[in-house]
Design a protein around this ligand. Structure first.
Ligand code: G3I
Length: 349
């Protein structure tokens, strides 16, 4: 009986090899994982045992708690408490925090999306939001994703309330406000632009590079670009393609973070072939970052399939994109990530 109950207990795998320890030993700032304190994760002991292991994860990103709907649900009524929960968790296990995000089309409260704005009033509201969050969270944020996902694949700007009322200048102006807010804190908080489908050379990658140039032309600061890296077993760029995309951004004198890496299997449970392809996609992405001096940190968009934003029911059957299965054991991709960090060939790809 005793033996049976022991076997049924979830076995959260926190054994070596250790991804964050290895990444830091190779000169990177972290290997990290996003987390979401708005879900059941934080009361899940097995999940938290892995999350809190700073040998595995040395950084976190709040998947939701710093978004506008959480932090300014009604105008000028700021609620930073949910974000502070994420920061407290991070600090308890020695993690840096990539704060995410200040200006995005999604997760906006109705007072923003439905407001009767002029250029001047929305700029003022945007500046107030940016300034209050940067100053409120202060040096607890290693970096901020100031503007998130502003570009379409053809290089045009994503339609949203900011574009409609302010025009394309909302992006560089957001960085201008963020730069001033960071200066006022006296802390060294890095400012990033974050987007997907920029991980290979493409029209959108070029548009992101141009955005960096535009932001700088406004006298604003930008320290880096986040490559989200949401891939699947049917699409992921090779190491060489990702290195080229990173090089085009790094040529502007800014850094790169891999910010939201995950690789969805085409169906669940992942087939043996899909697990090898998934491992290859993780391996290729981490190898590109390891091979690029300007790529300073690597983050997965949560680490356990149970809590992934990609669930088969809402993603056409795709799923299980993370480094850990729902039972807290590891996908082969975990080994692939370690081998990529170490510069070893992939034994599981
Ligand atoms: O907290 C509520 C819960 O109370 C409710 O019962 C449940 C029912 O729908 O919803 C829960 O909130 C959801 C939240 O995730 C927490 O799970 C929201 O509806 C849902 O919209 C939200 O989705 C998040 C999404 O961004 C939109 O903000 C995902 O968790 C989050 O992983 C995802 O993250 C984005 C990055 O910010 C930007 N890049 C893409 C990435 C993936 O889409």
């Amino acid at each position: 009986m005793k033996e049976t109950s022991t076997r049924l207990r979830p076995r959260q795998d926190t054994s070596s090899p250790y991804l964050n320890t290895a990444a830091k030993a190779k000169g990177k700032l972290w290997f990290g994982s996003a987390t979401d304190t708005t879900t059941a994760e934080t009361s899940d002991v097995s999940y938290m045992t892995i999350f809190n292991n700073s040998n595995i994860f040395g950084q976190t990103t709040p998947a939701n708690t710093m978004k506008w709907e959480f932090t300014e649900p009604t105008q000028n009524n700021f609620t930073l408490s949910a974000g502070n929960e994420t920061i407290a968790l991070a600090k308890a296990s020695g993690k840096l925090v990539r704060c995410h995000n200040l200006v995005w089309s999604s997760e906006l409260p109705s007072w923003v999306t439905g407001g009767n704005w002029t250029n001047a009033t929305l700029l003022a509201a945007m500046e107030n939001h940016i300034t209050t969050l940067i100053q409120g969270y202060g040096s607890s944020c290693y970096s901020w994703d100031v503007v998130n996902e502003a570009l379409n694949s053809d290089g045009s700007f994503t339609s949203n309330v900011f574009l409609t009322n302010i025009g394309e200048a909302y992006v560089p102006l957001a960085y201008k406000y963020a730069t001033a807010a960071v200066t006022a804190t006296g802390a060294d908080i890095k400012l990033f632009y974050n987007d997907y489908s920029i991980e290979a050379l493409s029209t959108k990658n070029t548009a992101a590079v141009n955005l960096v140039k535009t932001i700088k032309s406004y006298g604003a600061n930008i320290d880096g670009v986040g490559f989200e890296s949401h891939f699947s077993t049917s699409y992921y760029p090779t190491t060489t393609q990702q290195e080229q995309a990173m090089a085009s951004v790094a040529a502007e004198g800014v850094n790169i973070h891999v910010t939201e890496l995950d690789v969805a299997c085409s169906s669940v449970p992942c087939s043996t072939a899909d697990l090898a392809t998934q491992a290859t996609a993780y391996y290729d992405t981490i190898s590109a970052c390891m091979g690029t001096t300007a790529c300073t940190g690597m983050t997965v968009w949560d680490f356990d399939d149970k809590y992934s934003w990609i669930q088969p029911s809402s993603n056409g059957g795709e799923g299980n994109p993370d480094l850990y299965y729902s039972n807290y054991t590891r996908h082969p991709a975990y080994t692939a990530v370690y081998e990529a960090i170490e510069g070893q060939s992939c034994s599981v790809c």
